[in-house]
Design a protein around this ligand. Structure first.
Ligand SMILES: Cc1ncc(COP(=O)(O)O)c(C=O)c1O
Length: 478
């Protein structure tokens, strides 16, 4: 248990606190909460999608969040469709601009996927990465062209592989040798005649990205992907199955919420070295290199992730440089962003309920959601910031902790945030909840999952209705 002593000063537009952490030998840890406040209201998080209107209410996509909460209830996911579309375009344009050989941007559906999102991705001319029979089903149901689907997963079942083969997905991304064997076993009976299934091999580049352990994936000790030795064996087996399979190239993904682009440079070097080895041993030259996703976003005002353009430019540059060094023909470059397309476009609205003041210790403000609609703080200590949507123009005056309503002590959405005086009934907006929140939502304690709204230019449309209590028991036998 950490013990802090806090001095506070409240200024015109916020407050400044100095925390002394006694457990860390009196290390002084300043908390510039006014940065949070200025940041939220003065531009860091505005992104062109958040505004404060003359009622002092927070707006997203030109819609008043307090009105949205009243109309659609809380908790409520609200996504700015304009920002999602802009991010898709920025990726596509940056890839065109910075990579000579061209390539493709593939949205990673695991970050946030609904029928409306799949349609949006298609309209924006991105491919779509799906990781389960369910995501594949959703994409096809949305009318997404099968040829633009990339089917991922570390433990695809035989049924899922059959569904992917029947649908004719654009690429199956092979993750292990057993999966390859299963695919080869199925392919003769399931694959339509004259059709060759295009595959990529997912390889572990041996790079440890600096991010949370649970979202690192490129290191040797990872459940995802093939080691270099296994990947070489897979190349031989796929080439030997040439009448049925076509090896398009290689894939790697080093992790998520990454700010240090140099990690991608290391992964590019490692992949090109491996590809040159494969060429030397088998003569095979890859036409595609998929560098995965992973670009981080701003959860806190002080977060400074690289821009989409910088990320694409750096990754493209690293691939070109590494290919040059290995004298390897430039492959097409594929990128699979998820979080950086939808993350900052979303916020979640809650209503404040019980407020519990524990004098000298903590002031808990409980909201009507929690780890059911945003499991990231409980799962990997993810940090968020928030705004009181109905008091968005007011100064922060108190330090509170935002508690969820799940029966878990660890269900705290935000520890120690400075907000205007919080009262029961206020509407709280947690920011940057567009990625891995709805996608990871659950029914813990039998809480129905929230609705999802898309907003844009003052218009809003319901893309997922709120679950009802009847939905909770709809699958159950008495
Ligand atoms: C294979 C693969 N591609 C892409 C992504 C998307 O990553 P992000 O949302 O960090 O861009 C992931 C997510 O972990 C992934 O596993």
């Amino acid at each position: 248990m950490e013990r802090y002593l806090t001095w506070g000063y409240r200024g015109l537009r916020g407050c400044l606190c100095i925390n002394i952490n006694f457990n860390k030998r009196l290390a002084v840890k300043p908390v510039w909460s006014f940065i949070v406040f200025w940041g939220v209201l003065e531009g860091v998080f505005l992104n062109g999608i958040l505004q404060v209107n003359d009622k002092q209410h927070l707006e997203i996509g030109g819609c008043d969040t307090v009105e949205l909460a009243a109309e659609f209830g809380t908790p409520l996911y609200v996504m700015d469709e304009g920002l999602i579309r802009a991010n898709c375009r920025r990726y596509r344009q940056a890839l065109q601009r910075y990579y000579r050989r061209g390539g493709k941007v593939i949205y990673a559906g695991k970050a946030f996927l609904t029928l409306a999102m799949a349609k949006l991705v298609q309209e924006e001319e991105l491919g779509l990465d799906v990781v389960s029979g369910g995501e594949l089903y959703l994409a096809l149901k949305a009318g997404f062209p099968a040829g633009d689907l990339y089917f991922h997963g570390n433990n695809k079942t035989g049924e899922e592989l059959q569904e992917a083969l029947r649908a004719g997905v654009g690429r199956i991304v092979i993750d292990s040798l057993p999966e390859l064997e299963e695919l080869l076993g199925l392919i003769r009976s399931v694959q339509p005649q004259e059709h060759k299934t295009a595959v990529l091999l997912r390889v572990k580049p041996g790079v440890e990205a600096r991010t949370h352990d649970y979202i690192q994936t490129g290191q040797d000790d990872s459940k995802f992907g093939l080691s270099f030795a296994e990947a070489k064996e897979a190349v031989r087996r796929v080439l030997a199955a040439a009448p049925f399979l076509e090896l398009k190239g290689f894939h790697c993904h080093i992790g998520s919420q990454i700010f240090e682009i140099s990690s991608f440079g290391l992964a590019a070097q490692s992949m090109l070295r491996f590809m040159a080895d494969v060429r030397a041993e088998t003569g095979y030259v890859a036409g595609e290199l998929d560098m995965g996703g992973g670009l981080g976003i701003r959860y806190q005002p002080e977060d400074k992730p690289p821009s989409i353009e910088t990320f694409v430019q750096e990754v493209a540059g690293a691939v070109e440089k590494a290919a040059g060094k290995e004298n390897y023909p430039l492959p097409e470059l594929l990128l699979e962003p998820g979080r950086s397309i939808v993350g900052e476009a979303g916020l979640t609205l809650y209503r404040i309920g019980v407020i519990k003041n524990i004098p000298g210790i903590r002031r808990y403000c409980a909201v009507d959601g929690g780890m059911m609609d945003n499991i990231r703080p409980a799962l990997y200590q993810a940090l968020y910031t928030a705004v009181l949507a109905n008091k968005a123009g007011q100064d922060p005056v108190e330090k509170v902790t935002i508690a969820g309503k799940a029966c878990e002590s660890g269900d705290l959405l935000i520890e120690d945030i400075y907000l205007p005086a919080v009262e029961k009934g206020d509407i709280l907006a947690t920011l940057s909840t567009g990625a891995y929140c709805y996608a990871l939502a659950n029914n813990y304690n039998c809480h129905p999952r929230p609705a999802v709204l898309f907003v844009r230019n003052g218009e809003r449309r319901l893309v997922v209705r709120r679950e009802t209590n009847a939905d909770l028991v709809a699958l159950q036998e008495s």
